[in-house]
Design a protein around this ligand. Structure first.
Ligand code: SAM
Ligand code: DTB
Ligand code: SF4
Length: 346
């Protein structure tokens, strides 16, 4: 065990860990491509070794996700069942009432979640919507859980308001490489996304940022996504790697399936490049074998969504996850008692 992690738990918050010396922000595409092509055993060994420098390899952080405003989204993200562009049979709904959200959060806490994530199908939040989301954040925090929201693009002032409300994490994904991005989304640019990420970071909120694989991209796009993430001014504290959930009616419902070994390689390379970050094995677990998930944990994934639903699509039942955790000897990661700011450490 390293000097940083103890036998039972991570001793430094993800934000502080991500600011530790030795983390690189100058990754080049050729060396990352070479990592992807390592013999599998060498790749997994490197990823595990890095992982153990910062984390207890037998702990996984568990979050629960709730869609607080579903469907009818004006954006045209080609993978997303919530875009108004697609007829996926999804019923659009208004922003949920604060009381109803807090009731769901209470259930998630009882089920063992240490972080509660709320997502809204918006291009960006309106100020009066933000007022309500802030009440939700304060209510969830009062229950002793960490909070995360994903609400679309944010300007600097909105990010500051969320920080003042006590928000722990903001999720905003880059989704894919800068080159492949225009094939998937036309209504907002890659730069728009980078601007939101810098507003969130500057406000002192932990950044949750990753992407989606299995969208028909090639290896160079997976390399490009990870290089962009790792070369941000600070590594996102949480890096969700989503495997595309194919939804009938979306542009990508017939995308070619990604080989599970290539998915595991993506997790391992992400961990080697951003070793102090939590790599979240995010969407796509519903149809993933236990064996593939076990390989993802070996490759350094240490965060998942629990509960039967993601935002609008299915996630494994908790009993199924628990059986796999029991078989692998994995324990839930306790919520950190403090979440320090990465900027404070720099
Ligand atoms: N509307 C906000 C936004 O996009 O910024 C927040 C919610 S959006 C649903 C959050 C993320 O979910 C997206 O950035 C995308 O990475 C992921 N996502 C959406 N649909 C997905 C799918 N079918 N499969 C995998 N990931 C998906
Ligand atoms: C992320 O990267 N994955 C989550 C969370 N951030 C908000 C969303 C996954 C959505 C999968 C499709 C759905 O359920 O609608
Ligand atoms: Fe809207 Fe977010 Fe879905 Fe894009 S990913 S269509 S912004 S809900």
């Amino acid at each position: 065990m390293s000097e940083i992690a103890t036998a039972s738990s991570q001793t430094v918050s993800p934000a502080v860990a991500a600011a530790l010396p030795g983390l690189r922000h100058d990754w080049g595409r050729a060396e990352v491509d070479a990592l992807f092509r390592l013999p599998f055993a060498d790749l997994i060994f490197r990823a595990q070794t890095e992982h153990r420098r910062y984390f207890d390899a037998n702990e996984v952080q568990m979050s629960t996700l709730l869609s607080i405003k579903t469907g009818g989204c004006p954006e045209d993200c080609g993978y997303c069942p919530q875009s108004a562009k697609f007829d996926t049979g999804l019923k659009a709904s208004k922003l949920m009432a604060v009381g109803a959200v807090l009731e769901e959060a209470r259930r998630a806490k009882e089920a063992g979640a240490s972080r509660y994530c709320m997502g809204a199908a918006w291009r960006s939040p309106k100020d009066h919507d933000l007022d309500q989301v802030i009440e939700m954040i304060q209510g969830v925090k009062a229950m002793g859980m960490e909070t995360c929201v994903t609400l679309g693009m944010l300007d600097g002032e909105q990010a500051q308001r969320l920080k003042q409300a006590g928000l722990d994490y903001y999720n905003h994904n880059l989704d894919t490489s800068p080159e492949y991005y225009p094939e998937i989304i036309s209504t907002r640019t890659y730069q728009d996304r980078l601007d939101t990420l810098s507003n969130v970071r500057d406000a002192g909120i932990n950044v949750c940022c990753g992407g989606i694989v299995g969208m028909g991209e090639d290896l160079d796009d997976r390399v490009g996504l990870l290089v962009t993430l790792a070369n941000l001014p600070s590594h996102p504290e949480s890096v969700p790697i989503n495997l595309l959930v194919k939804v009938e009616g979306t542009d990508l419902d017939d995308a070619a399936p990604l080989d599970p070994i290539d998915f595991v390689r993506t997790i391992a390379v992400a961990k080697i490049m951003m070793p102090a970050s939590m790599i979240r094995l995010s969407a796509g677990r519903e149809h993933m074998s236990d064996e593939t998930q076990a390989l993802c944990y070996l490759a350094g994934a240490n965060s998942i969504f629990i509960g039967a639903k993601l935002l609008t699509t299915d996630n494994p039942e908790q009993e199924k996850d628990q059986r796999l955790f029991d078989a692998l000897g994995i324990r839930p990661m306790p919520a950190p008692c403090e979440v320090a700011s990465i900027r404070a450490a720099e």
